[in-house]
Write a new protein. Structure first.
Length: 218
């Protein structure tokens, strides 16, 4: 299990609920129960480090490298560093199924064309340029991400087993909701309230209610 301050990497109940980020689905009994299950991994079953609620990215990676934790949810960006330390002891698999379904997300390093842009043609040409096989391969090498095409996957500078796990996740990978509230949810709402839930300050239901209110229509 990962820590409480890792921001976008803490997707326990979000993954388990197939990515339903909205005011209605976040407070459904199944979502609250999934979140409670995730919290209990730390509070009840003690399968994560005692420091988990306060751990950030560096602490989480260090715990994995030292063998204190055995599994975490991450992307290709950490693959080379993990293998440099652990060698063949480190590997990757797609996220497990829950209720017969799987969900994971993609889109960390995305490009977009704004409706109000005054240089739409130029923006489109730049996006098209970045999407070409060789150019996209160079781009993801710098960002630690996956290519937009399977044909360019062999150009990603990461161990083959990590690339395979990522490619095998594409059938059920989806982007986060393209709404203004998502950015604050990822950077503040989710990690702050997960930390509070892990320390027992709030319940799973209270945490999910806070998340739901964040996405509620205004």
């Amino acid at each position: 299990m990962r820590g409480g301050k890792g921001g976008q990497d803490n997707w326990g109940p979000f993954v388990l609920s197939q990515g339903n980020l909205n005011a209605t689905d976040m407070v459904k009994p199944k979502a609250v129960a999934a979140n409670q299950w995730y919290i209990d991994l730390f509070r009840t079953h003690k399968v994560s480090p005692p420091s988990a609620p306060n751990d950030g990215f560096n602490e989480i990676i260090s715990s994995f490298k030292s063998g204190q934790t055995a599994m975490m949810f991450h992307h290709l960006g950490s693959a080379n560093s993990l293998v440099a330390t652990l060698g063949d002891k480190a590997s990757a698999v797609p996220v497990p199924a829950c209720g017969g379904q799987r969900w994971t997300y993609f889109g960390d390093e995305s490009t977009a064309l704004f409706k109000t842009s005054k240089v739409k043609d130029a923006a489109w040409k730049w996006m098209a340029f970045l999407s070409e096989s060789d150019n996209n391969a160079r781009f993801v090498q710098a960002t630690g991400q996956m290519t937009v095409t399977k044909s360019a996957a062999s150009k990603v500078q990461a161990p083959a087993r990590f690339i395979t796990a990522t490619a095998n996740s594409l059938p059920f990978a989806k982007p986060l909701p393209a709404v203004p509230e998502t950015a604050d949810f990822v950077s503040t709402v989710w990690p702050t309230n997960m930390q509070r839930a892990l320390t027992g300050e709030i319940t799973s239901a209270q945490m999910m209610d806070t998340a739901a209110k964040h996405f509620a229509p205004r």
